[in-house]
Design a protein around this ligand. Sequence first.
Ligand code: ITT
Length: 188
Amino acid sequence: MKGRLYLITGNPGKLKEIKNRLDGLDIELSTMEEDFVEIQADTLEEVVFFGIEHLVGEKRIDRPFIKDDSGLFIDALDGFPGVYSAYVQQTIGNDGILQLMKGMDDRTATFKTVMGLHIPGEGISLFRGEIKGDITLEKRGFFGFGYDPIFIPEGSERTFAEMTLEEKNRDSHRIRATMKLVDHLSME
Ligand code: ITT
């Protein structure tokens, strides 16, 4: 695929990461601010799929676009905050998560991204990216956004917030999903 692709988001951090990965390809990424209706569901896949269906069906969006829905799934909290990650970040935030996990030895967690692509006439495709890691004991670093200061991806000693954008983009949940999207688009 060549040309313009729209990312539906109000999160500038996501835009920067995805744009950086698409650099050098024939795809121009722009944001489109549309109200994305998020249904109450157990999985990111359902949230993305039904949100895209609503945009196409109700709002009649007829351009190629993507929607990235991500979440942090903490094993010792049975996957919380998971699909509620945006709400939890806005309410109790990283301090609240660290407080909830006080005294817990199992710090393992998975960051997940589901990226939905809609191309008019072709329907919806979903691309998944996941990365395992650990929740820190305290916040570390100032780069990035959201849960970055409390998540150390496996194989690293640093949190995502202690990495520059280029370093985080070498491997992350979002970049794994974006690479699958790029493969798919290059076969178009
Ligand atoms: P949209 O407008 O794109 O929906 P959002 O920030 O609400 O932006 P999500 O629902 O996908 O996005 O994200 C859920 C929460 O997880 C939210 O608080 C994000 O800041 C956070 N998050 C998503 N990706 C992240 C990443 O790569 N690193 C740290 N936090 C992340």
